[in-house]
Design a protein around this ligand. Sequence first.
Ligand SMILES: [Zn+2]
Ligand SMILES: [Zn+2]
Length: 270
Amino acid sequence: MEALNRLMEIDPNYILVGLIVTFFVMETAFNKPAHNGDKLKHLVQNILFQLIVIAMGSVLGYMLATTFDWIEQNRFGLFYWIAVPFWFKIIAGVFLLDFADYWFHRLDHKVPLLWRQHRVHHSDTSMDASTALRQFPTELIYFSLGELLISVLFGIDIFSMNIFLFLILPAFFFQHANLNYPEWLDKLLGWLVVTPNYHKVHHEQDQNYTDTNYGTLFIIWDRWFGTFKTKPVQEINYGLKEFEGDKKQSFWYLVRSPFMHIERNLEKKS
Ligand SMILES: [Zn+2]
Ligand SMILES: [Zn+2]
């Protein structure tokens, strides 16, 4: 536990830089030459989104700290009322935070106003690890609201939140990376976690696949609630048809796109 505490004291921005560099090098060394256009330019466009998120960090930190302090001081939520063991509370907390993300992600796809912010993440037609960074800034607040809501209801400990945040950062990079992952990974872990091959299906242009595999860390919610689908990775067309073309892949276009009316183009790629 002590080691885990010390590990979590590391500034997440250092972890982020480490992940960006590691995955950029791995993708350049090992991936198939499938990237359309300039990989470095693509990385910079996606990093610009992350810079806004980092700038919002103190607001989010305040939101999280205030809520978790309140839960602890008032001993509020189901886990306090039924007095569960600490280890159970921590593990269940991580799963419940992911559960909240699953439903908020589903809403992101179903409510037109929310889809406007979320489609920025789906817009990437040259998916690689940096796609993990392409998130419209309001998304972070949106998902945090879901996580805080479930935390208050269940009396989740901030330690669960820290573990959750610590796990999702590398998970995002693994899930989006333009690397060939072996099939045995799905067989070994795919009953529990969102493997890269499963998340890639979520980035398929065809909406029958886009609206599946919503899980962040765990795939069990998709399996239980009927939204789990697979497709061979080699057959996936990434992104959204309405965002194809260099101009629509630029930071400047994407950052304005939630304020534009853009019709969903469901035409299939031939
Ligand atoms: Zn999505
Ligand atoms: Zn994604």
